[in-house]
Design a protein around this ligand. Structure first.
Ligand code: NAD
Length: 503
């Protein structure tokens, strides 16, 4: 990959590229090498003000653009993403750290979501239903709401903005995006491609900066009726409180502590493959990462041996090297937090089976690398089995039977994803029914959503909304019920619904 020329980037407001009013900046650096990738405006409330004003003004026209035409822009955007997929994946690997195939998958998810939502331009179905009165027609339609404030994390820096922005736009809203401060370069490229796809000025605006200033100002802005947020549980609570006084719609996608159950009749080779992919992929920095593996005691030793061997064979390195299995974690602070959980696990009496170390030999010394870590003999109530670590650490929890496995899986505050490896169809169906998560996989790991089903979680993973699929449309529209009376006289529902001859 060519060495990137670190440049100065700007906010995108009303179709113009502009600096922060304060002139302050921050830098994006590679977690793999420490290389400086670019300088970005450190925005604050007045920058948010300008972006919201642009989005509000653009909404007046955008809401009237026919939805199929809005969809056509998403088709063009998807095509541009596809054309530039390899280049975007390399940049993402550099800025965020994930390995190239996963970075390509991140871009592909945005392509898929944009195509799916482009198609919504010709659907956006409402309902018609018969009236109780004669000569009266009734329907419900989805209405755009206005300016959407989208606040996104760094771990899927192209996919997650697309999950929010594609449905928001096709539904007729305009958007102000506050991307994660760790991955501003990806957000910049994302918006450039929308500009190239022909999105009118002001329909999508980007304000770079930190959560506590730009993010908070967006959440509190009175002209932003919808906040769609993905990030930590604690940040989500903060966002909810900040938005409460204005009674905003708040859509939250928060953390996870996802479990894979391995029963005694499972295909163990397949289960290990699924665990490795789900626990260590993206260095464990996925909301759907499998940070718990709940194993039937009859296969516990065999599974543990296979998993430890697989973890120890993983090669750490920069994400854009094809021989790398595991890239860096996002920052020095993340590395410290992940490492601190290794001490927590030891102190709690769990058995460290492999990993548990910062990797800094040779070239790794320039970045933030952590060895894939497996704890054995973990009890469900231990902190390492309860708290989101967001790193390449997973906890093996032995259980005696299916019921104990389900109890352990459900005994946490999160409810995003779950998985079961079993060949018993009865158990598989009971798991689908009893696991309290928004997503359940049978004979696959906890990660790997497709865009046309709802994505999100129960309990503290969110607040009842869903991203993706048809469910996403509910976040970005309000239902309007419309009654058309063509009887030529006043008819009162519930009062005049007695048989009368037609006029
Ligand atoms: P984070 O909460 O630190 O930050 C997310 C975004 O919120 C960033 O853009 C940040 O600047 C902004 N922010 C921070 N404080 C804010 C405030 N006070 N007001 C407004 N905005 C603020 O999360 P992160 O480290 O970027 O992401 C990791 C977390 O995201 C994990 O918990 C992970 O599980 C979760 N996640 C969830 C999903 C999902 O769909 N459920 C997907 C990906 C990541």
């Amino acid at each position: 990959m060519a060495v990137l020329d670190a440049q100065t980037f700007r906010n995108y407001v009303g179709g113009e590229w502009v600096d922060a009013a304060s002139g302050e900046t921050f830098e994006s650096t590679s977690p793999a090498t420490g290389e400086r990738l670019g300088t970005f405006p450190r925005s604050a409330a007045d920058d948010v003000e300008r972006a919201v004003a642009a989005a509000k003004a653009a909404w007046e026209e955008w809401r009237l653009v026919p939805a199929p035409k809005r969809g056509e822009i998403l088709y063009r955007f998807a095509n541009l993403l596809a054309e530039q997929k390899d280049e975007l994946a390399e940049l993402m690997s550099r800025e965020m750290g994930k390995v190239l195939p996963e970075a390509g998958g991140d871009v592909q998810e945005a392509i898929d979501m944009s195509l799916y939502m482009a198609g919504e331009g010709r659907r956006l179905f409402g309902h018609t239903t018969p009236s109780e009165l004669r000569d009266k027609f009734m329907m419900s339609v989805r209405m755009p709401v206005g300016v959407v404030g989208a606040i996104t994390p760094w771990n899927f820096p192209i996919a997650i903005p697309s999950w929010k922005i594609a449905p928001a736009l096709v539904c007729g809203n305009t958007v102000v995006l506050k991307p994660a401060e760790e991955t501003p370069l990806m957000a910049e490229r994302f918006v450039e491609l929308f500009e190239e796809a022909g999105l009118p000025p002001g329909v999508l605006n980007v304000v770079h900066g930190f959560g506590e200033d730009a993010g908070d100002a967006l959440v509190r802005h009175p002209d932003v009726p919808i906040i769609t947020f993905t990030g930590h549980r604690e940040t989500g609570i903060h966002v909810t409180k900040a938005a409460a006084d204005a009674l905003k719609h708040v859509h939250l996608e928060l953390g996870g502590k996802n479990a894979i159950i391995v029963m005694d009749d499972a295909d163990l080779e397949l289960a290990v493959e699924g665990i490795v992919w789900s626990a260590f992929g993206t260095s464990g920095q996925r909301c759907t990462a499998a940070s718990r593996v709940i194993v039937h005691e009859r296969v516990y030793d065999a599974l543990q041996r296979k998993l430890v061997a697989a973890a120890e064979s993983m090669r750490l390195g920069v994400g854009w090297d094809e021989s790398t299995d595991l890239g860096p974690v996002i920052s020095g602070a993340a590395l410290d937090r992940i490492h601190s959980y290794t001490q927590v696990g030891r102190d709690e009496g769990a058995r460290l089976l492999t990993g548990g170390e910062i990797a800094s030999d040779g070239e790794l010394e320039k970045g933030f690398y952590y060895r894939p870590t497996v704890f054995g003999d973990v009890e469900p109530q231990m902190r390492i089995a309860q708290e989101e670590i967001f790193g390449p650490t997973t906890a093996l929890i032995p259980v005696r039977d299916f019921d104990e496995a389900v109890r352990a899986a459900n005994g946490i505050k999160y409810g995003l994803s779950s998985a079961i490896f079993t060949r018993d169809v009865d158990r598989a169906f009971r798991a689908m029914r009893d696991l309290q998560t928004g997503i359940t996989y049978v004979n696959a790991g906890t990660t790997g959503a497709e865009v046309h089903l709802p994505f999100g979680g129960t309990k503290d993973t969110g607040n009842g909304h869903r991203e993706a699929g048809q469910a996403a449309l509910d976040v970005f529209t309000e239902w309007k019920s419309i009654y058309v009376d063509y009887s030529g006289r006043l008819q009162r529902a519930q009062i005049d619904n007695v048989e009368r001859p037609a006029p």
